[in-house]
Ligand binder design. Structure first.
Ligand code: ADP
Length: 380
């Protein structure tokens, strides 16, 4: 990451330079704008996710930002100190590296931190000369990057597998349709059609998820009639609920009639939740209700009398491709992506979701949205 390192280095050097300069200026009772720049640079270093340590020529710690302190299990050093680097951290391999490194060369090495932990961290350490015998140490937690790569690989593998299943079924059925007797052919084509619908559901959901993840995509909030959106979802799913003998109830709170939100995203969120309630409930009813839990917040509850969700399963239901019951989910046209899309869309809309569920009794999903989309709610 040479550009990042270059930027950090420049920021460190500038911070040091400005620190000395700001002290001079302060002594002279001087220029406030220079001091503001110093403060801004120091703040940037404090907020960096990379650890930065500046070591003086006597190996005293001149500066250690909070990220470095957290990686090295130490306290941040925000003003030049007399604390020796060997007392600042007990990380023997890093201490050895700093001791051995020549004060003229730049050295880069990956080290394992926290080996006693269950999850050791892989940290890339860069040591660079700071002039006058000093050292700059940059620590970058590469576990985060590795995790992102792994998630991406898992996602591609899961998506390929999910797409392959209906494609293989369709191909198999079409091959058979060529050789079976006429009366069996229409049944095979019907099954092939169902698999094509699953394929279409999966590609639609993958596209929705990609959009909800895309940093360039932004929700387009407008003034909405919430009751209208909820009624549209109910109308859409009424037939499917009737087929299973389920009743769908809607009760709206007049105080929550209007809301500023992205209409398509809100519709997708509520539709996915009510569809799940219809899919997983065998008998009884599904209640959809709006209410205002607090000032500036509008909530939508989707409550069913379904089988409920096992407490061991509950923490996983918002994960991509997670399905509690794979066969039931597939047979109902589920993709295992519905709740991941709901959660991502809500995040992008400044909202959040919570769930209460009791096996054998039912589940309640509660969506909360700020009435003003620029005031995101804290994550639930
Ligand atoms: P799927 O396409 O499988 O429904 P979702 O992401 O929408 O994928 O849901 C993930 C899992 O959460 C489901 O497979 C199911 O096990 C569980 N689930 C979601 N909603 C409900 C509900 N209302 N009642 C019971 N289980 C549910």
């Amino acid at each position: 990451m040479p550009i990042v390192l270059l930027a950090i280095t420049a920021a460190c050097l500038a911070a040091l330079w400005w620190h000395v300069r700001a002290q001079k200026i302060a002594l002279q009772g001087g220029l406030k704008s220079e001091q503001r720049q110093t403060l801004a640079l120091r703040k940037s270093l404090e907020l960096l996710s990379e650890g930065v340590v500046l070591i003086g020529h006597r190996k005293q710690v001149l500066y250690a930002n909070p990220a470095a302190a957290s990686l090295l299990d130490a306290e941040p050093v925000l003003e030049p100190s007399e604390i020796m680097f060997s007392s600042f951290t007990r990380h023997q391999v890093l201490l050895g590296l700093v001791k051995r490194a020549s004060s003229e060369e730049t050295l880069r090495q990956s080290l394992e931190f926290g080996q006693d932990d269950e999850q050791p961290r892989s940290v890339e350490v860069t040591l660079a000369p700071l002039g006058g015998g000093g050292r700059l140490v940059i620590l970058q937690d590469i576990r985060v990057g590795a995790l992102v790569d792994k998630r991406r690989r898992d996602f591609v593998a899961n998506a390929s597998h999910e797409l392959k299943t209906p494609i293989a079924a369709i191909l198999g059925m079409l091959d058979l349709a060529d050789v079976v007797e006429d009366d069996k052919r229409s049944e095979l084509l019907d099954r092939a059609r169902k698999n094509a619908v699953s394929l279409a559901n999966m590609t639609d959901d993958l596209l929705r998820l990609a959009r909800a993840d895309d940093p360039d995509w932004k929700p387009a909030p407008s003034l909405l009639d919430l009751d209208g959106v909820l009624q549209e979802v109910i109308d859409n799913l009424q037939e499917r609920a009737n087929e299973k003998g389920l009743t769908l109830h809607l009760s709206t709170d007049p105080a929550c009639g209007e809301l500023i939100a992205d209409r398509f995203s809100l519709f997708t969120v509520v539709q996915n939740l009510v569809l799940n309630a219809v899919i997983y409930t065998r008998q009884g009813s599904i209640q959809v209700r709006s209410f205002s839990p607090s000032q500036g917040v509008i909530a939508i509850s989707v409550q069913d009398s379904g089988p409920g969700i096992d407490p061991d399963t509950l923490p996983h239901i918002f994960e991509r491709f997670f399905r509690g019951d794979v066969a039931h989910s597939r047979a109902s046209g589920g993709t295992g992506l519905g709740l991941a899309i709901v959660r991502n869309l809500l995040r992008r809309m400044g909202g959040r979701i919570s769930v209460r569920s009791e096996p054998g009794v039912g589940s309640e999903f509660i969506v909360e949205l700020p009435t003003n989309p620029t005031r995101a709610l804290p994550a639930g």
